[in-house]
Write a protein that binds this ligand. Structure first.
Ligand code: ADP
Length: 454
């Protein structure tokens, strides 16, 4: 059941129940009022009749009958019976007295206000003490033909009114819910038409600042993020294939040339060496890409262990210098912390080593003197490490992009690289809830700062 039908039904059910309660109350209260009024009339009639009966004394019953029948206040099927103290009928206005039980008469005699209902007949009893101090009981009954016909009419009006208004409520509810839900259907229609091909399209937000407009705006935000992710994924794939194609093309070229004619063993060895160099480049690139892809998925921090940052930095420095002996990496403390625990963080040592290695290597790689200096400082709740070099520097235009995968600044194209290292480094630092940022000036050098919370 869709929301529109559900809203209409709920609305109709609510209004129908309220109207039902209202109609029942009107009917019930009117019936109470009618009954009270009719009984009052019956009592008055009973008293008037018994008084007349007593006054006329010797008057014949026929005369009394005539008076009673021709009176304008006579009610439909009215009959009045007077009983003496021994429950004997002393007067009855009809042909046959109504047989009332003795209990009813006794209760009236005790002064109780009693009344009965027998089918359509309303029956009341009245106690009367005559001049001879005799206690008489007058029983009057009649049918409230007029009152009942009004009651029936009222019932018909209420039932018809209820049914008609129910129909109107369903109709109004249906129109109202369709109007209220139109923005939702609009959003559904628009969303249906958005796919990977036209992910740049956005939902119309409308002029009102209601919840639905907020929903559309939130959805547009989501689309923007998806579009960014989508385009960076696309450029990632095209960059990756481009970077992989270059060494493949070089290898193909080298192997084809060496096959053109017979070569000496040394020449073959040379070709194999060059091919292995290209394969190594590809392996490095593929490793970097795999690492980046792995870190972009949710990597859990459960396996993080306690490690000392300064030890890790020294180990990383040794590994790098082992591969590139002409690199000069200096590590110093801004001030050595009083407690050694202030150098400990929770993390993944292999990942952090990759990040530090990238930063150290970049500093050396992009500086003519191949020198980078690290400064370590333990602050209130984090460790701060800065990597400074006096290299080529990064232009203002390149700075915002250097953490994007495959981005390489123009000033550094002469050095080999793929532009994957910093993207990987930032992801690793973020995984450790840390931050990384850079200051740089072209021609003067760069400073990368990393902070990692304890
Ligand atoms: P790669 O070094 O393989 O090109 P990175 O992701 O490590 O990839 O760096 C991205 C780009 O950022 C580099 O190509 C370079 O242009 C710039 N860069 C990074 N570190 C430095 C640095 N210390 N000095 C100058 N430029 C740098």
């Amino acid at each position: 059941m869709n929301i529109r039908v559900r809203l209409t039904l709920l609305f109709a059910l609510l209004v129908a129940s309220i109207m039902l309660v209202f109609s029942f109350s009107v009917y019930y209260l009117y019936n109470q009022y009618r009954e009270q009024e009719f009984k009052k009339r019956l009592r008055d009639k009973a008293l008037t009749t018994v008084r007349l009966f007593e006054d006329v004394g010797g008057i014949t019953e026929e005369l009394l009958h005539d008076i009673s029948r021709n009176d304008l206040t006579t009610m439909y099927k009215e009959e009045i019976t007077v009983y003496d103290a021994h429950n004997h009928v002393v007067y009855d206005s009809g042909e046959e007295p109504y047989h009332i039980n003795a209990n009813f008469l006794n209760q009236v005699r005790q002064g109780k206000d009693v009344s009965l209902r027998d089918g359509d007949k309303e029956i009341v009893g009245v106690r009367y003490i005559d001049q001879k101090k005799q206690v008489l009981v007058v029983v009057a009954y009649a049918i409230d033909k007029y009152g009942i016909s009004i009651l029936e009419r009222l019932r018909t009006i209420l039932i018809t009114g209820w049914a008609v208004s129910l129909l109107m409520v369903v109709l109004a509810g249906w129109l109202f819910s369709s109007d209220a839900l139109r923005p939702v259907s609009d959003i559904i229609e628009q969303v249906k038409n958005i796919s990977a091909r036209n992910i740049h399209e956005r939902l119309k937000i409308g002029r009102q600042n209601d919840e639905l407009a907020q929903l559309a705006a939130t959805f547009n935000d989501l689309l923007s993020r998806l579009e960014d992710a989508f385009s960076s994924q696309k450029s990632f794939v095209s960059h990756a294939s481009h970077e992989l194609r270059t060494p493949l093309a070089i290898m193909m070229g080298q192997l084809e040339v060496s096959l053109l004619q017979k070569r000496t063993i040394e020449e073959y060895q040379e070709t194999i060496k060059e091919t292995i160099d290209e394969v190594k480049k590809m392996r490095d690139l593929v490793n970097g890409l795999l690492e980046l892809a792995r870190l972009n998925d949710e990597v859990s921090q459960n396996h993080f262990s306690e490690l000392r940052v300064d030890d890790l930095l020294w180990q990383t420095r040794d590994i790098l210098i082992h591969h590139c002996p002409d690199y000069d990496i200096q590590i110093e403390f801004e001030e050595f912390p009083e407690e050694e625990a202030l150098l400990q963080i929770k993390g993944d040592s292999a990942l952090l080593q990759t990040a530090f290695l990238n930063l150290m290597e970049n500093g050396c790689k992009y500086s003519p003197d191949h020198h980078v200096s690290l400064t370590l400082r333990a602050q209130e709740d984090h460790i701060r490490i800065s990597f400074s070099d006096r290299g080529v520097g990064i232009s203002e235009a390149d700075l915002p992009h250097i953490f994007e995968p495959f981005y390489r600044a123009n000033s550094t194209q002469y050095v080999k690289g793929y532009g994957v290292g910093l993207a990987l480094t930032r992801r690793i630092i973020e995984l450790h809830n840390g931050r990384i940022w850079v200051f740089s000036q072209i021609g003067l050098g760069s400073q990368f700062v990393v902070t990692i919370p304890f």
